[in-house]
Design a protein around this ligand. Structure first.
Ligand SMILES: [Zn+2]
Length: 453
């Protein structure tokens, strides 16, 4: 363990002066009362009991030892230290003089101890020269707000101590700040009794903006730019509906993220919150998403036009909206195979050549002849959903694997290719690899924002 002697602080002395001021008006009676109180406290204190009760079996020597002596030492010392003062009007001169010398002889030392691997709280205090029983007592009182068995290597303990006239170390105050902005303190009060308290800083909210160039891997680039790990994860999550991270991201692409933070008064980050804006520049394509929270507190991300990021899949993705359903999802008698089998999509009868649209934003995963499906397209929308389109007469221009499509974009034309008895679109929704009923699936909810929103 290392003891960094920081400085001798006058704060405590000032506080002692304030207390003394109070005492000065209470004059001798107060001193008598306080001394008697101390004696009462000492007589009735459960300290000794606590110490022996708390003493683990592996420390029988301590359990056996009476703590009276040690307690007396700091009680006595405190009696002198809290009366300490220098320049108090109306103060008995001899007392004042006595105080000056007391202060000068027993300066408060503030040490910062960095906890090392294997250090224990009591071990640190005894290492400073404190008696075990005193150290254990401080631990026991401190446990009211902070269990010091939980100190971890690297944490700092702030310890204010004095030397009494016999050169024994007396701890006045211990403070630890395990989480920025939250301090646990055990400190002697004016009666020499340890008291605990918790100090909690008020935090400032702000928005942090970080942007950068991607050199191949988005999360690596964001990490290098200083974006916290949880924010990187959320960033990837909110784009997962519109971007295929393995396929779409190339060196030279750019990202920008703005996220909420909480700052401690010293400027250190206490907590990171939600992403309020996220943008990706992928080649020529720019994707921008804004967070919007509705009245009931539900938040979602929308593009700059207020369009919901998570669009519903179009259940009838074709131009001919009056196209009639000629076969539903489920078991049916196959008109060509002449036997019952599952039908893993929905059929829309429509004139040959009717335009077929992408059911949602995504990337073309397949565009080829696919056995009984004839000319077939599969679009991957996100990690969860894909859609399939069968029996096409032709694919639209430019539609091939890897091409990004928008919801409503023409991908091909109704035909009669593969196992088909007439022009129709066989449309399927695939969720986590399983074909599900396109007419009942609740794929990707999300409403667009309108008006002022
Ligand atoms: Zn079908």
């Amino acid at each position: 363990m290392d003891f960094d002697k920081i400085r001798t602080k006058s704060k405590r002395i000032r506080r002692q002066r304030a207390w003394l001021f109070f005492y000065a008006f209470a004059v001798t009676a107060a001193l008598i009362v306080s001394v008697r109180n101390n004696n009462d406290v000492e007589a009735s204190t459960p300290k000794n009991l606590e110490i022996s009760k708390m003493m683990p079996e592996e420390f029988p020597e301590y359990a056996a030892a009476s703590a009276d002596e040690n307690l007396d030492v700091y009680e006595v010392d405190d009696d002198t230290s809290f009366v300490s003062n220098t320049d108090l009007d109306g103060m008995d001169e001899s007392v004042a003089t006595q105080e000056v010398s007391a202060v000068n002889e027993n300066p408060v030392n503030e040490n910062v101890v960095t906890v090392a691997q294997g250090d224990s709280f009591i071990g640190i205090l005894t290492g400073m020269g404190l008696e075990y029983a005193d150290a254990h007592h401080i631990y026991t009182v401190f446990r009211d707000v902070f269990d010091a068995r939980n100190i971890k290597a690297g944490q700092k303990l702030y310890i204010a101590s004095v030397l009494n006239d016999e050169d024994s170390v007396l701890v006045e105050k211990v403070m630890i700040e395990p989480v920025v902005g939250t301090r646990y303190i055990v400190e002697k009060d004016e009666n020499g009794q340890y008291q605990t308290r918790t100090e909690q800083d008020e935090f400032l909210d702000d928005i942090k903006t970080i942007s950068g160039v991607i050199d191949g891997n988005l999360s690596v680039a964001m990490g290098k730019a200083g974006v916290p790990l949880n924010v990187v994860g959320n960033f990837i999550d909110i784009f997962s509906f519109s971007v295929d991270f393995r396929r779409d991201i190339h060196a030279g692409d750019k990202f920008e993220v703005r996220y909420e933070r909480q700052l401690a008064p010293d400027g250190s980050v206490v907590k990171t919150g939600d992403i309020v804006f996220a943008a990706l520049q992928l080649g020529k394509d720019k994707y921008e998403l804004y967070r919007f929270e509705d009245k009931s507190g539900n938040a979602d991300y929308y593009d700059e036009k207020g369009l919901a990021l998570k669009k519903n899949l179009d259940r009838k993705p074709m131009e001919f909206k009056k196209a009639r359903i000629s076969s539903r999802f489920g078991r049916r008698f196959h008109p060509i195979l002449k036997r019952y089998r599952g039908h893993d999509g929905v059929d829309y009868a429509a004139p040959a050549g009717t335009k077929i649209y992408a059911s949602g934003d995504g990337v073309i995963a397949m565009a080829k002849w696919n056995g009984g499906y004839g000319k077939y397209i599969k679009i991957r929308h996100n990690a969860e959903y894909s859609t399939g389109y069968a029996h096409m007469r032709a694919f639209a221009k430019g539609i091939r694997p890897g091409v990004r499509v928008k919801q409503g974009q023409v991908i091909g034309y109704v035909g009669n290719t593969g196992l088909s008895t007439g022009p129709h679109l066989h449309f399927e929704v695939i969720r986590n690899g399983q074909k599900v009923n396109p007419l009942t699936v609740k794929a990707a909810t999300g409403e667009n924002l309108k008006g002022d929103k």
